[in-house]
Ligand binder design. Structure first.
Ligand code: UDP
Ligand code: MG
Length: 314
């Protein structure tokens, strides 16, 4: 298995309740593909029994299983990056550990790749998530599509297949905070999509709170586009021209009509509006400055504690 056809990369964070079911379905599904494969589990600093269960599973199927134990919780995308850096397959498929992406669907991605695509994104059919998440992610998908040049029908679906070349490019990207499906898209020459089934979470609960989802989307937009900043300078230019006219108008009134206090509240209204726009602008600048800050610190994106692998042990 030194260079298998397929690597399956799965980040795991506090998934003890669902892991066994995942093992029970994943291995038969991959065996049925009749290709050489390896499965790389990344334990993203779980505080439950996940790491122990992954160790056990490694002992059961050491021929096709590798486990990366990270030294802390670095987040789903960093965990996947550590898997990418350590996988050896010709094609790489990412999957969630919670069985929301059925492993039985992997063959669809591979078939699509056979048609010549170097990157295939899954599109969840009949998404099994709470409705506010479905609607929010629909809106975010549209917004993102307009301001970044990343065209994905379903940015949230992690069931995706990548060619070795794309993984190579990703491995050489130095971004600290990134969103892997979008990053891969920027490197893909011939991206494709295919519909995949979606299931309810097998067990446990979502690791993403509303706040984290908002953060993720900010990262996605600011990480892949300067349009928000540029739009903001446009708004700034527009507003300053308008307010210049306004000041001239007020000055003329002052000269010809004299001092007046009527309409003070209108003035306040205008001021509060401008202040809001300014605050938003400062916040937006902060998003980008924060990214630069993280980047210049050059801290490692993740820390590996151990890798369980047949080859390294030998
Ligand atoms: N995950 C991770 N680190 C984290 C959060 C999540 O490795 O800090 C993993 C998690 O175990 C799962 C996948 O990322 O395999 C997706 O997480 P989740 O199912 O909670 O996200 P959702 O489906 O709700 O978007
Ligand atoms: Mg999930």
């Amino acid at each position: 298995m030194s260079h298998p056809q397929l690597s399956v990369v799965i980040p795991v964070y506090n998934e003890e309740q669902g892991l066994q079911v995942l093992f029970d379905r994943l291995y038969p599904a991959l065996d049925a593909l009749n290709t050489s494969y390896e499965i790389i589990f990344i334990n993203d600093g779980s505080r439950d029994r996940s790491a122990a269960m992954l160790r056990e599973q490694f002992n059961i199927r050491p021929d096709v299983t590798r486990v990366i134990l990270l030294a802390g919780n670095f987040g789903q995308h960093m965990a996947i990056l550590s898997g990418f850096a350590n996988c050896r397959g010709e094609r790489i498929v990412t999957l969630d550990a919670d069985l929301q992406n059925p492993p039985e669907e992997i063959h669809k991605l591979l078939a699509k790749m056979d048609e010549g695509h170097d990157y295939v994104g899954g599109v969840r059919q009949q998404r099994q998530d709470v409705s506010w998440r479905r609607h929010a992610s629909w809106a975010m998908n549209r917004l993102r599509e307009r301001i970044t040049h990343v065209v994905m029908s379903d940015q949230g679906c992690m069931l995706r297949a990548y060619s070795r070349e794309i993984i190579h490019a990703i491995n050489h990207s130095q971004e600290v905070n990134t969103f892997i499906p979008a990053l891969a898209y920027t490197y893909a020459r011939h991206p494709g999509e295919v519909g995949v089934a979606h299931e309810e979470r097998a067990a446990g609960e979502s690791k993403y709170s509303l706040y984290q989802l908002i953060r993720l989307n900010f990262d996605l937009v600011t990480g892949f586009s300067l349009v928000p900043l540029q739009m903001f300078s446009l708004i700034g230019v527009g507003l300053s021209i308008l307010s210049a006219f306004f000041v001239v108008y007020l000055a003329i009134r002052r000269i010809f009509i004299g001092p007046e206090v009527d309409g003070v509240f209108t003035l306040f209204g205008i001021m509060f509006f401008l202040m809001g726009v300014m605050l938003f602008g400062i916040g937006l600048l902060g998003e980008y400055v924060g990214r630069i800050y993280q980047q210049v610190r050059q801290r490692p994106r993740y820390l590996i504690q151990t890798i369980l692998s047949k080859d390294e042990a030998a």
